[in-house]
Design a protein around this ligand. Sequence first.
Ligand code: SIN
Length: 311
Amino acid sequence: MENLKITIGRLTLKNPLIAASGTFGYGEEMARLCDLSGLGAIVTKTITLEPREGNPPPRIVETPAGMLNSIGLENKGLKDFMFNKVKFLEKIDARIIVSIAGGSMAEFQTLAETVSGLRCVAAIELNLSCPNVIHTLQSSRYQLIAQDRKATAAVVRAVRKKTRLTLITKLTPNVTDITDIGKAAEDAGSDALSAINTILGLSIDIRTGKPRLGRIVGGLSGPAIKPVALRCVWQLSRAVKIPIIGSGGIMTGSDALEFIIAGCRAVQIGTAHFIDPEASSKILDEIKTFLRKNRIRDIMSLVGTLAGKGD
Ligand code: SIN
């Protein structure tokens, strides 16, 4: 039997497959459509302190080899999460990573401290990289917090003080040098990096001359972004010592293996779940077959084995 177990900070997963935030809700609806037991972990849809309505519709558009979304962090807030979502999350076998986003340092800290008190929560993912909202922090407005090394470090440092859980920082590819932001998060106390969030894009209907998304621009995901994501995680793997969780267009087992070879200890499956809710189970089977065929006993022995060095 091949060993698929991996660790990220204090978090141990039975396999490296994680359902990406925003593609799996809070688990309950997806449990009606697929078997959750194949997943190592689930990242919840990002929660904020107060409910958010999200952006004006339309909020999702299909593009060649991808999908644009401009959801805008719609969610029912922390109280609803505590009273209505946790009950189901407590019952499932996969580990739970809660994605949080704050409009201020105090909000980030309250969210982190509160969810850290829940028995079923194994880790926190800091969503500093949603391209569909304006980020605010200490009276500054940022296009994205994860585009600014100082703001990223400040949030990680503040949240680190409030939780002993494994802290994962989700990065954006919409920057000149992702390693600069990754290093800032590592130095501030993040246990792992998650990369990449979506790439800012635009789609236009030429018949009306209007944008297809209500907010005009949105985040591109799916196979179209896989080469960019692979480049980002490879660069990060050479720049930081903490584990990297890769995401961006993973649809098959061989896609997931590319990310692992590029330097990721785990991978997140996102857009694939919109096409096939069972995508993760199929990807896991394909990974197992590859390991068996190639007599690889431990998935960890593949991490960061990309041949060739680059500059
Ligand atoms: C959204 O809610 O707009 C998507 C989440 C994200 O991109 O982080």
